[in-house]
Design a protein around this ligand. Structure first.
Ligand SMILES: NC(=O)c1ccc[n+]([C@@H]2O[C@H](COP(=O)([O-])OP(=O)(O)OC[C@H]3O[C@@H](n4cnc5c(N)ncnc54)[C@H](OP(=O)(O)O)[C@@H]3O)[C@@H](O)[C@H]2O)c1
Length: 449
């Protein structure tokens, strides 16, 4: 009967540590003797759970494996207990090492677990003796890997020549982003809904009095305003033939309400800005973006990946933005244009997407427009509770927008931008993973019902 060591008690770990004297530097060598099946796994200096042992055959090897019988660091031989007659799945054993008792757990061979499978897979790997320089090599590989995985940004100098259009810069993410990108050296065209009305956000951006920050009147619902804005951009580019580096489709509005409470007019109104606005602006900018082999960054939402009750008018537009972005990404790939989606979580408290006044106005209008049948069936109490929920929601969320700003910046500057960015707190991140990866019956049970 063959067993593998599956777990050491804490006490045994300590005992083994005590038994092992520190190795002189430069002489640390873990020799994989026995059948030497484990190769790189043996690099650990601690007894490893994936080591095979043979309690029934009178020996277990801490660093060798298979038929070996010796702890190669110290030359200790282990003497596990004889196998029980009934051969249970796990056996506790104790061993005497240099006059001290060490406890080990064994798992019966055939009781497949990850440890066993790992060990078996490793049999097919080439094996050689590990030396101290291997540790240095592993460290070097890990360091290179971590540097590769770390977010890469283009240098400030490169960004200086690049021009970007951001929509919805009167407030919220757009406003902060325009200032941030400008501070990073970009030339920023900041599309504002109310430039012509001298909105506070527009004034603040204009007050920067920079050649590299130009506010534009841009209502993404109006095709003629979009065309005019693109014309201004073309005229103001250093070299129009080199194109426009990026467009950030940020402009958006939100609303709420159960399907039965939401008018068709509201569905269309939200889609006009969030979805069709994104499509319109992107189409108008693409000829310039293609010339630059630049970037399209679409601000979607976590609600573009998972839906929520009472948010259908908003969710369907953001799901649409996700689909549009995917199609565009596939089409643009051969042309060198990169398309990313940023899916922020809850930043309601930090932006103007909702306010108590907006919620009250939406609620009042909604109740007025309901049919008598719907009013009677749901009742005023239910309706008021929903409005109260929205008031609470509008005070929630993160007040720090920097995760969103950093993600958009990365999407515009990294040599390999991500397809999707998820600036959100852990609660929403986990919820989104569960909602998007688990069967609906399970995720509904956890979060919705
Ligand atoms: N805040 C969040 O928690 C959150 C979460 C996920 C996704 N998002 C998305 O992030 C984006 C920015 O929203 P935000 O949170 O920063 O809210 P915000 O402060 O309200 O910003 C939205 C901006 O879009 C502008 N806008 C509205 N309608 C427009 C139109 N027809 N044409 C051009 N601009 C228009 C707004 O102008 P006015 O200010 O003049 O109305 C405002 O400047 C939106 O796409 C939103 O869906 C936000």
């Amino acid at each position: 009967m063959r067993y593998i060591i599956t777990r050491k008690t804490q006490e045994s770990e300590q005992q083994l540590q005590n038994l092992r004297e520190p190795e002189p530097k430069g002489q640390c060598e873990a020799k994989g003797q026995g059948n030497q099946q484990h190769g790189p796994l043996l690099s650990s200096r601690k007894p490893h759970v994936s080591v095979l042992g043979h309690p029934g055959q009178g020996a277990a090897t801490l660093y060798g494996g298979g038929a070996g019988t010796t702890d190669h660091f110290r030359g200790n031989t282990l003497h596990p207990p004889p196998p029980p007659k009934t051969a249970p799945a796990t056996v506790k054993g104790s061993h005497w090492l240099q006059g001290r008792q060490v406890s080990l757990n064994y798992q019966r061979k055939g009781c497949h677990n990850r440890t066993m499978l790992t060990a078996r897979a490793c049999r097919h790997l080439p094996v050689r003796t590990l030396q101290l320089k291997d540790h240095a090599e592993h460290f070097r590989i890990l360091k290179t890997l971590s540097m590769t995985l770390r977010r890469s940004y283009a240098s400030e100098a490169e960004q200086g020549n690049k021009a970007v259009l951001v929509t919805g810069c009167d407030s919220g993410f757009g406003f902060t982003l325009a200032k941030h990108l400008h501070s990073k050296g970009f030339t920023v065209f900041a599309g504002c809904l109310f430039k012509d009305k001298g909105d506070a956000g527009v004034k603040e951006l204009d007050n920067l009095k920079s050649d590299r920050l130009k506010t534009l009147q841009l209502n993404v619902v109006k095709q003629e305003e979009i065309e005019k804005a693109v014309e201004i951009i073309r005229e103001n580019l250093q070299d129009p033939e080199k194109g426009l580096w990026g467009v950030v489709n940020n402009a958006g509005i939100s609303t709420f309400g159960e399907v039965e409470f939401t008018s068709m007019e509201t569905y269309k109104e939200v889609a006009e800005v969030n979805l069709w606005g994104t499509v319109r602006v992107t189409k108008a900018c693409l000829p310039l973006i293609r010339r630059a082999k630049g970037r399209v960054v679409n601000i979607s939402s976590m609600l573009g990946r998972m839906s929520n009750p009472a948010r259908s008018p908003y969710c369907i537009t953001k799901f649409g933005v996700e689909a549009f972005s995917d199609c565009l990404r596939y089409e643009m790939h051969p042309l060198g244009v990169k398309v990313s989606v940023v899916e922020p979580g809850n930043f309601i408290a930090a932006t103007s997407l909702y306010s108590p006044e907006k919620i009250k106005a939406i609620g009042d209008k909604m109740w007025e427009q309901l049919t008598e049948e719907v009013k009677n069936d749901y009742g005023r109490k239910y309706f008021d509770e929903k409005i109260a929920c929205m008031h609470t929601y509008c005070k929630s969320g993160s007040t720090d927008t920097s995760p969103v700003i950093n993600d958009v910046t990365h999407a515009l500057t990294a040599s390999t931008p991500y397809t999707r960015y998820h600036p959100m707190d852990y609660y929403w991140w986990l919820r989104m993973q569960i909602m998007t990866h688990m069967p609906g019956a399970i995720s509904d049970k956890i979060y919705i019902h």
